[in-house]
Design a protein around this ligand. Sequence first.
Ligand code: ADP
Length: 633
Amino acid sequence: MKCDPNLYRAAPPSLAVKPRLIRHLFLPPLIIILMIGLGYIGFWTSEHFGIRSLSENGQRQLELHARTVESEISKYTYLPSLLELETSVPQLLADPTPEHRQTVNAYLEGLNRRSRSRAIYVMDTTGRVMATSNWRDVDSYLGEDLSFRAYFQKAVRGEPGRFYGIGSTSGEPGYYLAHGLEEHGKIIGVAVVKVRLEALEERWQRARLEAFVSDENGIIILSSDPARRLKSVVPLSDETKEKLARSLQYYWFPLNELQPLARETLADGVEKLTFPANSELSADDDSISYLAQTRPLSDTPWNFTLLTPLQDLRREAINQGILVAVAFALVAFLLIAWNERRKVIATRLAAREALQEANNQLERRITERTGDLRASNERLKSQIRERRQAEETLRRAQDELVQAGKLAAIGQMSTSIAHELNQPLAAMRTLSGNTIRFLQRGQLDVASTNLKTINDLIDRMGRITASLRSFARRGDNEGQASLGKAVDAALQLLGARVESITLQLHRQFSDVQVQIDQTRLEQILVNLIGNALDAMQAQPAPQLWLEGEEFNGKYRLRVRDNGHGVDAETRKHLFEPFFTTKPGEQGLGLGLTLSASLAAATGGHLGVEHPASGGTTFVLSLPLVSPTPAEPI
Ligand code: ADP
């Protein structure tokens, strides 16, 4: 069974290989690029929304802490103006006697203690300190000229003096609130309260809050990180620097710029600042980023800035980015795997369909062929039937022919049979006549001898007729025969002819049992020996060899004579029916034909050889009844 190879033929390679090659070459880099891209988008989105949420949260924090700063500052605002109410103060300013000074010193000392400010002092309109709460200290301001201070200059003009600076005497930073003391609408002096705002810084540190307050010059005056203190958040112009140096506002501090590595404005008052790492918090990183939210503080020209570290957010955003990239890679992998699997399934389905189609086609063909085979089987059966009928007819015809052949042979033999029978009959007539005479003479012993001879002659005649009867009998396809008996019977039948010539007979065969009807074997032998006798008629020393041998489960009997042999023309027609070279009534031309067909009917064979020494050899092969097992090779 052959399947159609077209059914399994794959797509043309040129069409299938090229896109696959392109896919294999470009897919991995594409996936990597997409992974990086999506990872970055994930990172960016996470950071963006994180900053937004931090910024919203920070806005509340900013408001809260800015208010705290405002309240811390404003709680001292009223304090300098209070001194207007104290009568000893204008008295001192009008009449600066030691008594008045002492009274005011004591008053200021007590007030300072109660208000927990750093110092409270009173200056005259020239800027000289007339009385102070720290009059007992060695570094007391008493008698100092602080007219260069901006807060004094503002206050003496009737404006509120607000000032953050470093004390020129103590070198200590502080917040100065100055107020012009009025009497009858005229400024008579200036009252100043110095407060320290470090408490705010400590509070921020305790709360782990990163924040700073920058003044109107952009200088950080309060910071949770001491390293940032007195650094400017904006670049200072040379003019400003000179002005600040002159006012000694920040004493002699260098006022370096707080230079961020990167500054990105996100919204109004919201910036992203990146500083070089310098604290233990960011020891692992080179830089640290903050979300800086700034808000002006009311009543002051200052700004409050809240710094929210973005490290955690950044780490979170990186994680999100990695997560997105990994998720994408996973999805891509799953999609590729799913696609591959889909293709495999599709291929399998296609193969299965092709197989199914091939199967169907095969089945169709088998059905067609089976139909054909059935038809031809039917034809064959009918042919076999016809053949059998023909065989039967043939067999019957053959039987008839055999019978006819036998009868013909008997006819041929009739002269010699008559001779055979006439001889004993004539002898018997003579013997019986003689016997009567011997009986009449009383010679009983001679008479009995004659009668015995007559008896023998009758036996001989009986044997002749019995042979003829058995020869004429119809044979059978089945049965087995004794070769020895068959040869004897044939010689018996041909007895007269054998005796008529001085035949020299060579018997060199075994008495084996062969698979053929006894009568048929006898008939074959009568034909073969009869023909040999005919061929040796002109031979002065006729010889007949009957030689047997076992060969391949058969027995091969050679019937050889030293007769005239068979000429070349005759050899071609030997086994043809009705072919004879014998003159007149002597030959019918059926002997060899019948003998060959009888041998073939039992699985045997009759052949002829023409020995170079002369004469003819007929070779009769017949299957043995129980063949001697073949010798192992
Ligand atoms: P028939 O004996 O009636 O002629 P056969 O078929 O027996 O028919 O023989 C056919 C012919 O074969 C014979 O006429 C004879 O010429 C030839 N033939 C048969 N046997 C021999 C033999 N032993 N030697 C020579 N010729 C033979």
